[in-house]
Each structure stands twice: as C-alpha cells, then as structure tokens.
Design a protein around this ligand. Structure first.
Ligand code: GLY
Ligand code: MN
Ligand code: MN
Length: 433
C-alpha cells in the first residue's frame, strides 16, 4: 500500500501557491459540501479536489483562506469539536489538530467566519474565488467584500478563479501522487482480470459491475472515480451507458470502463472482452484495429510530444483500418481531413487524469498545444462504436470497443500505470480460457 502524502508536501504546495499569488491578494476555497441523496441520508463525502490538493483535509463545512505575505498566510475555518455531535457523526479534527497536524497557521470555528472574513480581506486587490459556481457561496463572499469595502473605503478587488494557478500545479504529479495513481490504476486493472475470469452469458451487467466494486472496496479504494460502464452488446455504442441493467449474451462483447479512486486519486481503465471468451472474426478485426490505434498513440507519449500528436497518430491508424475493412470509402488523407472517422470514434483520444477523472490542466496555451513533461498523467482511449444507425453490412452492427489505459509521462518516455490488465486478443482469450 502506498504511503499517504505527507503533510510537509501539502504545506510545500501551499507555499508555492502563495508565491504565485503575490502580495495584496487572498484566496477563498470552500470545502465540498456534504450532500443528501434522500431525505436525511447522505452521499459518501468527497472533498473538493483543489481543497484536498492543498490541505489533505477531508471534512466538509470548512473554508481555507490564503493570505500571502501576512503573519498568518494559511487560515482555516472548520467545524469545532462537539462531543454531543461527534457521538453521531464521528470525531472531527477541530482547530487544535488543524494547526498541529495539517500545518495551517491559524484555525477558527466556522461559525466565526462572517465576523472575521471582512477584516482578512481588507486592502486586497485580487481575491481568488470562482464566482458563479455556487450561489450561496457567492452571496456570502460578495457580502464580506462589501462589508470590507464599507469599513475601509477600499477599491473593489478583482475576482479570479484560483484554478488558473492550481491547475498547472496539479498537472505535474509528485512522486507521492504517482504512487497513489499507480495503485489506483493497478487495482482497476486487476478488477478487469477478475471480470474476464468471471464473466458468463446470462449474467447481468450489474453483477459484473459488482466484481469491480468488490475488488476496489475490499482493497480500501472505497469509491469509484466515476460510475462504472458495463455495456454488453449494443449498449457499448452508448458512450456513457451506466444503467448496467441488461443481461450479457453469448456471442456479444462487453465493454467495461471502470476505475476506482484511491485516496482521492482516480483511475480510468477500459477493456472490451467477449462474454463467452472467444472473439468472433468481426469483433477481432475491430478490436485489433483499436489496439493498433492505441499502440500508435502510445508511441507518441513522451516528453515534448502533445495530445494532438497522440490523437493524430491514433486517427491515422483508425481511418486506414476502417478503409481496409470497407467501413469507410475514399482516400485516407481526405477522410482524415473531413473527420470521417467521427462516425465510429466520436470522443477524444485522452485527457489528463489525477484528483479528477477529467483532470484540470490546459490542453492549449496561446493556441499552442501543451507539451508533455515527466510527471503528467493522461488516459489513452481509442475506440470504435458501430451502431445500427450506420449504413453498412449488418455483421458489424453493435460492436463497440474501447481500450483505455492510464499513462504516466516519464523522463524517457512513458509508463502504463494500468498495465496489469491484459490487452492483446491472445492474452484476453488465454485468460478467459
Ligand atoms: N470514463 C470516462 C472517460 O473515459 O473519460
Ligand atoms: Mn473511461
Ligand atoms: Mn477516460
């Protein structure tokens, strides 16, 4: 099991962020609220990713305030310890431990925020706060700014999203983060192995989904990074199919896109395999083509390359292959120029991965593609989906294949973090035999 990220690392992140913010600025970050799923029953709590990235603090009802170049640059407002409430909902961190164990400079009761905030915001020229996302929070923040201005006759500060500063930081993963991501990806890949061994005709998609959930949960990955997609047969052509209600049929493929979250770090891994353990000739053709596109994309993942280069490499192989299979007609270069492949491959070839599945981080800066650097993690996920709306020989209908791995950019090239799941036709059929 990888070690949790040490609090010294959180503190170093905050220090680096404070330097980027500069003088006469403040940042206000709300912890994610707890949410009800029905009446008085809550969803499992998931901290806001930026809040977690900067603090490792996993409670709701908290606000982090950053005040660069002041006596107390890191201020936390959080719940107070209350025996009569903790008996219901468990121990809280409280103010004392927040300072001692989480390294904040000062911690106050969340109930004191309304009186303290206007003073903390005095004379700030920029306040980093993501306006227009949560209405109740906006009203609170605008009220504090208003009170601060009335008291100090100060100018109106500019509001800016803090993500401008945190997203580039989160894009490069530290060695401790990589350990957690490798673990999340490995657990997710192992679950695909288990599913390939256990899948059988007559089983329901939700029953196969349960194999994934069990493997994650029993290994302390107590939540999923996103709702698992367990899509048998034509359901694979519905890109975000999460109903998982149908029965798996002999002769069909099942596409599973599932990943766990480990200490809030996400995995996102897809495999497609035959319910009965043997690919039909048509399924094998499409699978091999997607795998060839995956391999062409993978070659482009190294420092200095870009997501566009990965996308172009995969699309070239896919288009060429679709022409060879007579699923597209025309000259490959013309078909690529007209994005003809989009009839069969309608999503991007990958995305950044981290504390969020579709993680933060720009893909282009000043219209230039962002170049890969060691420490970035992205998914690689080519696919082909043939629904019956496509006018071609019926033998191809209902084949949907996606192959998705989580790839770390290393100084010399890349590492496939989710490599524990078989990927070649032969290895899948071998495991399933
Ligand atoms: N599972 C979501 C995605 O592949 O992007
Ligand atoms: Mn996925
Ligand atoms: Mn993905």
């Amino acid at each position: 099991m990888p070690a949790p990220i040490p609090f010294t690392e959180y503190r170093a992140r905050v220090k680096s962020l404070l330097e980027k913010m500069g003088p006469d600025t403040a940042a206000i970050l709300y912890a994610a609220p707890s949410a009800y799923r029905s009446r008085d029953t809550e969803y499992a709590y998931r901290q806001d990713s930026d809040f977690y990235y900067l603090t490792g603090f996993n409670e709701s009802h908290a606000v982090l305030v950053l005040l660069p170049q002041t006596e107390t640059p890191v201020v936390l407002f959080n719940q107070t310890r209350k025996a009569e409430e903790e008996i219901w909902s468990g121990a809280r961190i409280g103010q004392e431990a927040a300072v001692k164990e989480y390294g904040v400079d000062a911690a106050f009761a969340i109930d004191e925020i309304a009186t303290r905030m206007p003073k903390l915001l005095a004379q700030k020229k920029i306040i980093y706060y993501p306006i227009n996302q949560v209405r109740d929070q906006d009203l609170e923040v605008l009220k504090w700014i208003n009170q601060m201005q009335t008291a100090t006759r100060g100018a109106t500060p500019d509001l800016m999203p803090l993500s401008k500063l945190t997203a580039p930081m989160r894009l490069i993963k530290s060695p401790a983060e990589i350990e957690l991501m490798r673990h999340a990806a490995t657990l997710s890949a192992q679950a695909h192995n288990i599913a390939m061994e256990k899948v059988h005709a007559g089983q329901f998609e939700y029953q196969l989904a349960a194999e994934y959930l069990y493997h994650y949960n029993v290994n302390d990955a107590r939540d999923v990074a996103y709702l698992p997609i367990v899509a048998g047969g034509k359901n694979a052509c519905v890109l975000h199919y999460t109903a998982n209600t149908d029965v798996l049929r002999d002769g069909d493929l099942v596409l599973v896109d599932a990943g766990c979250e480990y200490q809030n770090y996400c995995a996102d891994v897809s495999r497609t395999f035959p319910v009965n353990g043997r690919f039909t000739p048509e399924q094998a053709e499409i699978y091999q083509l997607v795998l060839d596109a995956y391999r062409a994309g993978l070659k482009q993942i190294h420092p200095g390359s870009t997501m566009i280069k990965v996308q172009n490499a995969a699309i070239e192989v896919l288009t060429q292959g679709l022409v060879e299979l007579k699923l597209l007609q025309g000259k490959v270069s013309d078909l690529i120029a007209h994005t003809a492949y989009k009839k069969f491959f309608m999503h991007g070839v990958g995305h950044w991965l981290g504390l969020d599945v579709h993680d933060v981080g720009a893909y282009k800066i000043n219209n230039e593609p962002v170049t890969f650097k060691a420490g970035m993690v992205l998914t690689l996920e080519p696919g082909i989906y043939i629904s019956e709306s496509v006018e071609i020989d019926k033998k191809w209908w209902h084949i949907g294949v996606r192959i998705e791995d989580d790839i770390l950019v290393t100084p010399k090239g890349h590492e496939v973090l989710s490599s524990a799941a078989p990927i070649s036709l032969e290895d899948i059929e071998q495991l399933m035999r």
